[in-house]
Design a protein around this ligand. Structure first.
Ligand SMILES: NC(=O)c1ccc[n+]([C@@H]2O[C@H](COP(=O)([O-])OP(=O)(O)OC[C@H]3O[C@@H](n4cnc5c(N)ncnc54)[C@H](O)[C@@H]3O)[C@@H](O)[C@H]2O)c1
Ligand SMILES: [Zn+2]
Length: 360
């Protein structure tokens, strides 16, 4: 499993990567929005050499053409099996660069430096790497964990409010799935950030990142390849979310889709009589503290159709991660299409009613 290094002082954190970097050729592939000067200077003190390439990030760079471009760059610059690749960026860079590291010369070591909230609390850990096809997201990939993950929470400060909100999708997921005490802590942080519009301190971010990664590593260490039904729990809200992302032509962030998807999964938990209404309302109120954009003319039947094409649908049965209560998940395989449509419509209906109330 990857070594986790979490803190708020990049120079210091980078020193801790020395065991993997010392004397090796380093190839940094970074999001062009990130200032990497400090990182490069620190690495130059113990690496054999440091080369860098920037990427203009969008979901489209998770593609074979970028894989070709990056592997070509590595080869041209003399990267070999003893080199180490460092990804610096959000989930897009992590997924793409991790995949490149996994296939270049049949696999070279890599380090992930996630710079988005979503990247730090979720996507950096668990080894899933990959790219998209025109037929769908993340259809080509590898499980190829990095040697080390360096989370500097100071990166979160420069993120747009929207990208911070997106990260909270995964944070709330961990709280609702496993940790009711964490859900209470998150409520305080969400009110501070999105209601009172205050900044979150580094120590608060460190607590949040550490807590999420603790839960994720607990799950992933039991079921890295998602074969034992344990890792599947992390798909809470995601069956809806993946379909929503596609239906909305990827005009919403992954974490935003997860927030909406979790609200639908909560409706479904109530419809399937697993969860009491009071608990559903409590969980939904937590999600509602995070601002998400209105969906663009959502068509529930389209969402349902897209769901049926999801790579996680087993033998035509849709498996849903639902909740009995906060921190008590279950898998339900007996959900009907009618109930799915009802969950989508109910969430959609309530969201538009709230919007009407706000504008009155
Ligand atoms: N591998 C996994 O387990 C896993 C899990 C969840 C999501 N993902 C993938 O992650 C991707 C989404 O990741 P994301 O939300 O991090 O998106 P992203 O990488 O696209 O980053 C979001 C935006 O923030 C910018 N950015 C990055 N760091 C910044 C910083 N510190 N300050 C200012 N701007 C910054 C980026 O340029 C981009 O515009 C999707 O492709 C999704 O499929 C992977
Ligand atoms: Zn996710």
């Amino acid at each position: 499993m990857s070594q986790l290094i979490i803190g708020s002082d990049l120079k210091n954190l980078v020193m801790k990567t020395r065991p993997w970097v010392e004397g090796r050729k380093v190839f940094i592939i970074s999001d062009q929005k990130i200032q990497t000067r400090k990182l490069v200077q620190s690495l130059e003190r113990f690496a054999a050499s440091v080369a860098e390439m920037n990427i203009n990030v969008s979901e489209q760079v998770k593609s074979f053409s970028y894989v070709e471009r990056l592997t070509g760059w590595l080869a041209a610059r003399g990267a070999n099996r003893d080199s180490i690749i460092i990804a610096v960026g959000g989930g897009v860079v992590g997924d793409l660069v991790g995949f490149v590291a996994g296939i270049y010369m049949r696999g070279v070591d890599w380090i992930n430096v996630p710079t988005t909230l979503l990247g730090q609390v979720d996507s950096c850990l668990g080894g899933k790497t990959g790219i998209n096809l025109t037929e769908g997201k993340n259809l080509v990939g590898l499980i190829y964990p990095p040697s080390a993950i360096v989370c500097d929470v100071q990166f979160i400060e420069s993120l747009s409010l929207r990208d911070q909100a997106s990260g909270f999708g995964e944070i709330i997921k961990y709280a609702l799935l496993f940790d009711s005490q964490f859900a209470e802590e998150i409520e305080v942080i969400l009110k501070k950030r999105f209601v009172d519009k205050q900044d979150i301190s580094s120590s608060e971010w460190i607590r949040v990142v550490t807590r999420c990664l603790k839960w994720k590593s607990k799950i992933v260490s039991k079921d890295l390849h998602e074969k034992k039904g344990v890792r599947e729990l992390l798909n809470f809200g995601h069956t809806f979310a993946h379909a929503l992302e596609k239906e909305q032509k990827f005009n919403i962030r992954h974490g935003e889709a997860v927030l909406i998807g979790m609200k639908m999964a909560l409706e479904l938990s109530r419809i399937r009589k697993h969860m009491k209404k009071k608990q559903v309302v409590k969980a939904q109120k937590l999600i509602d503290l995070v601002p998400v954009p209105e969906l663009n003319g959502l068509r529930p039947k389209n969402v349902l159709k897209t769901m049926s094409l999801d790579k996680k649908v087993k033998n035509q049965r849709k498996r849903f991660v639902l909740l009995k209560k906060i921190s008590k998940p279950l898998i339900d395989e007996a959900v009907t299409d009618q109930q799915i449509l009802q969950a989508i419509t109910l969430r959609d209906h309530r969201a538009s009613r709230r919007k009407r109330e706000r504008t009155v």
